[in-house]
Write a protein that binds this ligand. Sequence first.
Ligand code: ATP
Ligand code: MG
Length: 433
Amino acid sequence: MVNDNKLVYSYLRGKMLIAQDGINEGSEAEVYGWVLSIREQKTLSFVIVYENRKQVQLVIKDKKLMSSQLKQNSVIWAKGTIKITDKAPNGFEIHVSSLKVLSKPKKLPPFNIMSTDVPALDLRLDFRALDLRRPYNINLFTLRSKALQYFREYLISKDFLEVQTPKIIATASEGGAALFPLMYYDKQAFLAQSPQLYKEELTMSFEKVFEIGPIFRAEPSRTLKHLSEAISLDVEAAFHKNEDLMDFLEDMIRYVINRLYEKEGEALKRIKAPVLDVSKKFPRYSYSEVVSWINKNLEEIHEGEDLSSKHLEAFGDHAGGFYFIKDWPLKLKPFYIQPKDGDYSNSFDLMYRGLELSSGGERVHDPALLRKGLKRTGLSAKGFKYHLEVYNYGMPPHGGFGLGVDRFMMVVTGAENIREVVLYPRDVRRLVP
Ligand code: ATP
Ligand code: MG
């Protein structure tokens, strides 16, 4: 219990609001929160307070209680009696008998958090802590947290072990490009662009692992789908073939989306989230099939060429919702991917319309073949000495994928800019807040 200007409150309540006898007509209740909106009428005022990410309506009849310090964004304590009513959020309101302002805003905010006219993203990101008070964002980031909970739920139910691998590394995991260098004492180090090599090594001992963590990429351009720091859900499993991995990823996506619809309908409705159809099997197109389609419907490209955003978007409009593009040319893939039929690979991307959500595939587990892969991609075996050594002690056949959590949230929420679904996005131009 803490005494704050004679007001006694507990930091450890751990519940939505203190209502001695539950939320019943006539019960006494206390609320601590911040003011979202104030609507003053002739004889009474309605104040919406956010407490623990839930809206509570206060009714203030006594004009003396409406202090000049009570404004949008003020942090308050109030006490009163509960009245059950359909007209208030969550089905009840509190008729206030005492009220105290615990913290009042010192400045006029740069935008109104209740405005239906949403301020420009850059301004909102400059004042992100305030922007996160907008009901839209409270719902969005609640959904993000829930989605992660459901991903974990799924993976743990399939007997995967959650792991954490180093983010400060000595060698690039996939190649030299797009790394952030840093000084590590007197040595050069890098921020990890992916947990790839560690998660592969871990299949040797734990068989099935996953990690949810940051990946760092020095993406040179400012696009709507790239950040310098993104969150990746990485999965790696021994004894899984390409088709097994696609089955697994598809099943996991379906599980998480169904759980969100089942449990978080209210928040999805409030942010006007799109309805995603996951009832049908996700189609699986081979890379070569996509190339044929592009040649027939868009423009001439050659087998073996990488697919540009324009190609992916056009094919995405044709393919619709979720689908896979599999069996990519080997030369477009990193050194650790398992070759297939000479020039191709046992690999896949999960797409939603034109947006890549995940890349994965079977990995090489034979050390000689892994050396060949390094050579093919122009990497020196010396830099991967420790990793190659591991392969001498019985590496199981394995495979996996990395799923961009931020990109998944773009799909769930319908956001067109990845920055909307990230608390404090990092990109070429933005390092603060
Ligand atoms: P893209 O081609 O879209 O740049 P990528 O093929 O380089 O992505 P991967 O190395 O396959 O990316 O990473 C796996 C997943 O991680 C991607 O499918 C994507 O969802 C996510 N991801 C990768 N890079 C970024 C980034 N810079 N910002 C946000 N998410 C990313
Ligand atoms: Mg990829």
